[in-house]
Design a protein around this ligand. Structure first.
Ligand code: HXC
Length: 510
């Protein structure tokens, strides 16, 4: 009996060694942790339960029949993060370069299926040379099975991808189908077609880092939602994000003890908006001053900086926040900002996370590049996302809410539940200069007349009271009371019920 038990331990020890000491050392030399080390950092100590440790590939081509490494290049199972369950898979680059075989794919599919049944997120740590070349179509089939499960799990359980090495070719599509992608600077990259092929086909000379590194994907392409300096930082931040997320689409937001006063006022907010409407201020300051303990987990921090998106807590409950950022492009909405915020709002709605929107938007960014780039369609994505969302929606207009951008930014008309405005709010079709120039074109050469007309327009429209008279703004609030007011609003809306007409699914303007 004892020898059988010893044999089990020996087999486990062999499996835990993956591709062997030399390859583990090489992984460390690149500044990367191994798959198992990563799971140790990600999960609560001792909580990891592994599945399929002894799975081997079934390939008999290209000499593979003599090379079997238990586990087949991916470590799968479940564990907890601060006591809450999650399913995980971590590709092991030391085993056939983490490449995906038929059996490797089956291991991932197993945790995806279990996650959907158990209602727990899936976190995938990607470090792979892509489809196992020796397996041909069997590997491609395996990938597609994983994609199909990504699609089925979308909106059912949160799916998070962390790119911690290569992710090339069609392999990028599994992370791309998940809710969030995070990357590690300098050691990870994602591209469909690598630098060598690019050079041959298009004559472009570019490094892997330039083509698909963390900087590229967090600032240019928006493929990734955040980047970190090393494996440790990335995994610790994923733990932080995880604490904000519901486990599934029926569970509701996590509630945790908070160390802040729900009715905390902040006098500095009364002077946040400068007197001169053309001077910017940092919307991030408002968000952190409203949040429990000032904790704001920002999503897509370095892309479309004219809009802020991320998670905060109010009275210990997660809230998704969207805020125009006047510091960048005066807070205008453009194609990128609309796409960024739309995807974020849809994630929140899918997982019943209430949405708080801070509005200071002079309008959509004008220009041929925007029009040619399809700003109409991209802006419509945000409109659609807010309009279809049935989660509690609370909006605060701090300053400008002009034109179509007023409508889009979680206005009352898009089933906004509680819409507040600061006394500094200006809600109108457009700013005074543009309006007077259109309405009084014939007087443009008479500065005195224009001055009077401008003052008249500003008096009438550039305040929150016209909207408040119609009930489009529920209440004009003191800036210093914002945390208290929005916290009370969400407490009121906690059990909100709202249905939309039956449909198979809508047709989001993609
Ligand atoms: C089988 C692979 C492999 C793969 C790497 N290895 N990629 N084995 N299939 N796809 C093996 C190597 O043979 C090597 O084995 C070990 O993994 C480490 O690889 P190295 O090349 O030594 O490492 P490194 O120099 O760090 O380079 C990593 C790499 C490179 C950039 C990922 O290995 C590479 O270019 N691999 C091929 C990438 C690729 O084209 N994949 C197919 C993409 S298309 P030993 O035994 O020496 O340690 C695709 C289609 C998916 O994935 C479609 C879905 C629809």
């Amino acid at each position: 009996m004892s020898s059988i038990i010893d044999q089990l331990e020996e087999s486990r020890a062999r499996a835990r060694l993956g591709g062997g000491r030399k390859r583990i050392d090489s992984q460390h030399a690149k500044g990367k942790l191994t798959a198992r080390e990563r799971l140790e950092v990600l999960l609560d100590p001792g909580s990891f339960e592994e599945f399929d440790m002894f799975v081997k590939h079934r390939s008999a081509d290209f000499g593979m029949e003599t090379t079997h490494i238990p586990g087949d290049g991916v470590v799968t199972g479940w564990g907890t993060i601060n006591g809450r369950k999650t399913f995980v898979f971590a590709q092991d680059f030391t085993v056939f370069g983490g490449s995906l075989s038929e059996t490797h794919a089956q291991k991932i599919c197993k945790v995806q299926h279990m996650a959907m049944k158990q209602g727990a997120p899936v976190i995938g740590l990607q470090d792979s040379g892509g489809a196992r070349i020796q397996e041909g179509v069997a590997a491609l089939a395996g990938y597609t099975d994983v994609f199909q499960n990504n699609i089925l799990a979308s909106g059912v359980v949160p799916q998070i991808s962390v790119i911690m090495g290569p992710s090339a070719g069609g392999a990028v599509y599994s992370p791309a189908l998940t809710d969030f992608i995070f990357m590690v600077r300098d050691t990870s990259y994602m591209f469909l077609t690598g630098p060598d092929v690019l050079k041959t086909v298009t004559n472009e000379v570019v490094t892997a880092e330039e083509l698909g590194g963390a900087k590229t994907h967090t600032t240019k392409s928006s493929v990734a939602d955040g980047a970190y300096d090393n494996d440790m930082e990335a995994l610790t931040e994923i733990r932080r994000l995880f604490d904000f997320l519901p486990l599934n689409n029926r569970d509701g937001v996590p509630v945790r003890t908070f160390y802040d006063e729900h009715d905390r006022t902040d006098r500095s907010l009364n002077t946040l908006v400068p007197e001169n409407p053309n001077i910017p201020y940092n919307m991030g300051e408002l968000i952190t001053k409203v949040a429990d303990e000032g904790d704001f987990f920002e999503i897509q921090k370095n892309f479309a900086k004219n809009i802020l998106t991320g998670f905060i807590r109010l009275e210990g409950r997660t809230v998704g926040v969207v805020g125009n950022q006047p510091v960048v492009l005066a807070g205008c909405l453009d194609s990128d900002a609309s796409r960024k915020a739309a995807r974020f709002v849809r994630f929140c709605d899918a997982f019943s996370i209430p949405v708080l929107t801070f509005v200071d938007v002079p309008g959509f960014l004008p220009g041929t590049s925007q029009e040619y780039g399809g700003v109409i369609k991209h802006g419509a994505k945000l409109l659609y996302a807010y309009g279809e969302a049935t989660v509690p929606k609370v909006t605060v207009i701090t300053r400008k809410a002009f034109g179509g951008a007023y409508c889009v930014m979680a206005s009352k008309h898009l089933r906004g539940d509680i819409n507040y405005a600061w006394p500094t709010a200006q809600i109108a079709v457009m700013g005074s200069k543009g309006a007077v120039e259109i309405l009084h074109r014939e007087d443009l050469d008479k500065p005195d007349v224009i001055a009077v007309k401008t003052a008249d327009y500003e008096d009438k429209f550039l305040s929150p009271f016209r909207a408040a008279e119609r009930g489009y703004v529920d209440e004009v609030i003191q800036p210093m009371n914002t945390r208290m007011r929005v916290t009370r609003a969400f407490a009121l809306l906690k059990d909100k019920q709202l249905d939309s007409p039956w449909k198979k699914h809508g047709n989001l303007p993609l």
